[in-house]
Write a protein of this length. Structure first.
Length: 327
C-alpha cells in the first residue's frame, strides 16, 4: 500500500479508500491510484479489510438444483449483479430439501465468511415449523408464501394467465397443461393460475399432466396428449417440456400450429429457433437479481428489508407455435 501511495503521490489513507471503493475520492485521484495498483500488481487483503469493515464482501447462494433453467439463470444473474456491486458469490447446490440439509448449507457458507445468504426456490420454506439460522441476512428468490423472510419473485401467476388467456382468445375450447414437478413453488403457481384462468373463462378444465422440467418428460406427456384428437392447445410449464411436447405431436402426424397450438414458459435463448418458433413467457432474471442484491445490501448495511416486494411482471412472447384451432 505504501508503494502504491508513493507512485500515485497520495497518502496510504487515500489508497485504502480507493481499495474499499469509498466515494470520498476525486475521480482523477482514484484513476491515478488504480493505475498504480495495476502497475505494481497490488491486491487488497480481503481478510484485513474485513477486520476493519466487518464485511467480507461475499454473498452465499443456496440453489436447490441447477438442472432447472430458471434456477440456473437466476444464479447467473445474481452472480453478475453481485459482481457489479463489488461482491463475490459462494454457491452451494443441494438436492435434498430437508431442514437438516438447509442448516448444513447455512453452516458451510457462514464458515466461509459470507455477509448474507440467498436461497433460490426453497420449497422447504413451505414447512411452517422451519426456522432458518439467525445471525446472517437472508433473501429468497421465490418460495416463501408466508413471507417470513425478504423475498423477490417473478409473477408466475400472471405469466400463466397471459399464456392461457392467449390460447383461449385464439378460439380454443380449452387448454391442456403439462405442469412442472409437484414440489416446485414456480410450477404450483403456474398450474394454479392456469386452472383459475380456465375456471374464470367457463372453459372445461382437463386433467393436468406432470413433468420434471426436462424435454424427455414433456415428450412423454405429449405422447399421451397426441393420442387425443380433441387436444388443440397445450401450455407446458417450461420451454424444455414444450420442446418435448412438440416432438411428440409431430411424430403423431399432428401439425403445429395448424392442428395443435403449443406454448411454454421461460423464453430460452433457443425458443425463437424451435420449429416452429415457440410462443412463451419471458422472465426478467436480471431485474430479479438486481432486486435481490439490493435487498441484501440494505440488510448488510444495517437497514431493514420488506418481507416481500411487488412481483416482477413477465411478458408474453407470441411466435408461430400458436394459432386458431382447426375448423
Amino acid at each position: 500500500m505504501a508503494d502504491v501511495a508513493a507512485m500515485a503521490g497520495v497518502s496510504s489513507q487515500t489508497v485504502s479508500r480507493v481499495a474499499n471503493n469509498r466515494s470520498n475520492v476525486e475521480e482523477e485521484t482514484r484513476q491515478r491510484v488504480l493505475s498504480a495498483m495495476r502497475v505494481l500488481g497490488y491486491r487488497p487483503n480481503a481478510a484485513a479489510r474485513a477486520l476493519v469493515t466487518d464485511q467480507f464482501r461475499t454473498l452465499g447462494l443456496i440453489s436447490f438444483g441447477l438442472g432447472n433453467f430458471g434456477n440456473a439463470r437466476t444464479v447467473d444473474s445474481i452472480t453478475r449483479a453481485a459482481q457489479r456491486a463489488g461482491y463475490t458469490v459462494n454457491m452451494l447446490a443441494i438436492e435434498s430439501q430437508t431442514e437438516q440439509a438447509v442448516h448444513e448449507a447455512f453452516g458451510q457458507l457462514t464458515m466461509q465468511a459470507v455477509d448474507g445468504i440467498v436461497l433460490i426456490e426453497a420449497q422447504i420454506l413451505d414447512t411452517p415449523a422451519l426456522r432458518l439460522p439467525s445471525g446472517v441476512p437472508v433473501v429468497l428468490a421465490d418460495g416463501d408464501v408466508s413471507h417470513r423472510h425478504p423475498m423477490v419473485d417473478t409473477d408466475q401467476a400472471l405469466g400463466a394467465r397471459l399464456v392461457t388467456r392467449h390460447l383461449l382468445d385464439l378460439g380454443h375450447e380449452t387448454v391442456w397443461h403439462v405442469a412442472g414437478p409437484e414440489d416446485s413453488y414456480a410450477a404450483r403457481r403456474r398450474a394454479e393460475s392456469w386452472h383459475a384462468t380456465l375456471k374464470e373463462a367457463g372453459a372445461p378444465i382437463p386433467r393436468m399432466l406432470f413433468g420434471d422440467w426436462s424435454a424427455a418428460s414433456g415428450y412423454a406427456a405429449g405422447r399421451v396428449l397426441a393420442e387425443q384428437p380433441g387436444v388443440t392447445a397445450v401450455f407446458a410449464a417450461n420451454d424444455q417440456m414444450a420442446l418435448g411436447v412438440m416432438r411428440a405431436f409431430i411424430q403423431a402426424g399432428r401439425r403445429i400450429p395448424e392442428d395443435v397450438s403449443i406454448a411454454g414458459f421461460d423464453d430460452l435463448d433457443e425458443s425463437a429457433y424451435f420449429s416452429p418458433p415457440l410462443t412463451t413467457v419471458r422472465q426478467d432474471f436480471d431485474v430479479l437479481a438486481e432486486r435481490i442484491v439490493s435487498l441484501m445490501l440494505d440488510q448488510i448495511r444495517g437497514g431493514t428489508a420488506p418481507s416481500a416486494t411487488a412481483p416482477i411482471a413477465p411478458h408474453l412472447i407470441i411466435r408461430e407455435s400458436t394459432a386458431a384451432p382447426p375448423d
